[in-house]
Design a protein around this ligand. Structure first.
Ligand SMILES: [Zn+2]
Length: 148
């Protein structure tokens, strides 16, 4: 289950709408092991494509270095589908390399307008999970309860 604030969901949708018809992409970093997405970092889709995304390698290196320095990891890795449902494509599964991350897909097509779904992708296996939207303080409480 992905526990996330409504505001972060809104920001991802806004970015996806803005970059439509190209796929948008980015990550939400959080403290390592916390499973709590906190710091949203929009990434540049160097592919400028309607069917796939590719992080800018320089930006990726810089962002990943920064996370390491701050004791963070990518909790959410998100991108949009501008012409298909919010479900991982073959390439999405192939290039998913963070087993601890929640892979969020935002669909900006008319038929699937603004649907947001979350998946775990581990060793080529896709598992959809529930997204639970909670306000900031509530999220902290839920995380504490789950750790008991
Ligand atoms: Zn995709």
């Amino acid at each position: 289950m992905l526990i996330i604030t409504p505001r972060l969901i809104e920001v991802m949708i806004a970015q996806a709408r803005k970059e439509h018809p190209y796929e948008t992409c980015g990550i939400i970093a959080g403290v390592e092991g916390s499973n709590k997405p906190k710091r949203l970092i929009p990434m540049q889709n160097v592919a400028q494509s309607r069917t796939f995304f590719q992080f800018d390698s320089k930006q990726q290196l810089q962002v990943w270095r920064e996370m390491t320095a701050r004791g963070e990891e990518p909790i959410v890795i998100y991108h949009s589908h501008t012409d298909s449902a919010a479900y991982p494509s073959r390439e999405d599964v192939l290039y998913a390399s963070e087993p601890q991350a929640h892979y969020v897909i935002i669909s900006t097509t008319n038929t699937h307008s603004d649907s947001v779904r979350s998946f775990r992708i581990v060793n080529g296996t896709v598992t959809e999970e529930r997204i639970k939207q909670v306000a900031e303080q509530e999220a902290a409480l839920t995380m504490r309860l789950e750790m008991v």
